[in-house]
Design a protein around this ligand. Structure first.
Ligand SMILES: *Cc1c(COP(=O)(O)O)cnc(C)c1O
Length: 248
């Protein structure tokens, strides 16, 4: 993690979750003002992975209604612990394995990390059984790092065309994790690639889906992501405080 991010996360940790939410929302508003966007067009998803139900309740009290979790099992546990909290939704934002699809369909209101036809097929089957549909984003490996999940940008058009038969999956757009770098230009290049790709999909007549969603930007880079058109930012540490470095 960069020193700047550690310092930022460290200094927010001593404030409460509610204050941090307010501060992050203010930064979103400021960025939108600066680049001429409507703040209503940027959704903030607090990422609660590794943080417990008490902190989630604090964010809920501050207005959050959807939380991002990268592991289905963890989302299921927290959903159970918070079952008495009304109107609470979960976004699964991490890679999904076939054996977790059933639970994902039970707990998630959206899935942001689709990257294989196999998972799309399994999701669609479970969704049909449950008579529901699911908002889905396709994860793009915009930084071309081999260790990252997501499809390469040049494979996305071919991929979305293959999603046509899966009628319970509502393709809403794209998700990415930009390269973790202190070089702003490298991060911006990832976001630019995403924006270009979104435009290509909007222009592709045959593609199933709306492509109005661009989920990108985390604690260290959400303002830059908004400059490049993010409609959803996924922010963990700037709201909940620092996480232990390694959790995957
Ligand atoms: C953890 C995580 C985030 C949030 O990262 P922070 O640095 O805590 O803001 C966003 N997106 C995904 C997919 C994540 O796994």
């Amino acid at each position: 993690m960069s020193e700047a991010l550690t310092a930022k996360a460290g200094s927010v940790a001593i404030m409460g979750v509610a204050e941090n939410m307010t501060a992050v929302r203010a930064r979103i508003d400021q960025t939108c003002g600066r680049v001429g966007r409507d703040p209503g067009g940027v959704r903030l998803i607090p990422v609660s992975k590794t943080f417990g139900p008490e902190l989630i309740k604090e964010a809920y009290a501050a207005g959050a209604r959807i939380f991002g979790e990268n592991r289905v099992q963890e989302a299921v546990q927290k959903a159970a612990a918070l079952a008495d909290v009304p109107d609470l939704a979960w976004a699964i934002i991490g890679h999904l394995q076939s054996n977790k699809v059933k639970q994902a369909v039970e707990v998630a209101s959206e899935f942001q990390a689709l990257d294989s036809i196999k998972i799309a097929e399994a999701l669609d089957r479970r969704l049909q059984q449950a008579s529901r549909s699911l908002d889905v984003l396709i994860q793009v490996n915009s930084s071309d790092e081999p260790q990252k999940y997501g499809l390469p940008p040049d494979k996305i058009e071919e991929f979305v065309l293959q999603l046509k038969p899966f009628s319970s999956i509502r393709v809403r757009g794209l998700m990415t994790l930009a390269v973790l770098s202190d070089e702003q230009s490298a991060v911006a290049a990832c976001f630019m690639r995403m924006r270009t790709l979104q435009q290509r999909l909007l222009d592709l007549d045959q593609a199933p889906g709306s492509y109005d969603e661009l989920s990108m930007g985390m604690s260290g880079d959400f303002e830059l992501a908004i400059e490049y058109g993010a409609t959803t930012v996924r922010v963990g540490q700037a709201i909940f405080g620092p996480r232990p470095l390694k959790q995957d």
